[in-house]
Design a protein. Structure first.
Length: 193
């Protein structure tokens, strides 16, 4: 008899908070890549995630102490990289961006201040859209600064490597401003598959 698949963790609303878990650590920063969303992007990988999805693409970054502290120097570098004309925007990944809201809010607010909406912001999260609507204020503030959200845990039983920008079929590519305005999930209109 085969063993049942282990599932990711499922938090209660507001159970996990950045205040409780985040160490403001960064697992990696990759400037000028083509894989973490549309166009040329700068990607910030924050450290720490509580979902612990089996088959996670970045197990090391589940640890909140993995990597290096976020610094003003790194933030200045990201802003300088984003200022290149050919860069479309920033991508937040992890780890869990919504459990590292101090770092992500500070950076996203500066991007909006310096670039307005001429640069877009994408974020991945293990939370579903519906879960985020019941979450803490800092998470909702971060959501309000994001253009595109890829939501939901990675589920091995729904793994599909042919999907655009996501690893399992339960995950969605969500247009955040349109979804907030409509008060329901609106899928990215450039979705191919
Ligand atoms: S939510 Fe993402 S980063 Fe967190 S364990 Fe799952 S796949 Fe890994």
């Amino acid at each position: 008899m085969s063993r049942p698949l282990r599932k990711p963790n499922n938090p209660m609303p507001k159970e996990w908070t950045a205040q409780k878990y985040s160490q403001n650590y960064i697992a990696d920063y990759k400037a000028f890549n083509f894989v973490d969303g549309e166009g040329v992007r700068c990607s910030l990988y924050v450290s720490g995630c509580m979902f612990l999805c089996p088959g996670c693409y970045n197990v090391a970054a589940q640890n909140f102490h993995f990597g290096q502290p976020y610094t003003q120097e790194l933030e200045d570098q990201i802003i300088e990289d984003l200022s290149q004309d050919y860069v479309q925007g920033l991508t937040l990944l992890g780890g869990e961006p919504f459990l590292n809201t101090d770092v992500c809010l500070k950076l996203c607010r500066r991007i909006r201040k310096e670039f307005g909406h001429s640069k877009d912001i994408w974020s991945w999260t293990g939370y579903t859209w519906d879960e985020l609507q019941q979450e803490t204020y800092d998470k909702m503030r971060l959501l309000s600064l994001i253009d595109i959200l890829v939501d939901g845990r990675f589920l091995e039983e729904e793994k599909d490597l042919t999907l655009q920008f996501r690893g399992s079929a339960n995950q969605r590519i969500i247009d955040v401003p349109k979804s907030l305005a409509a008060d329901k999930v609106v899928i990215w209109d450039k979705l191919v598959r």
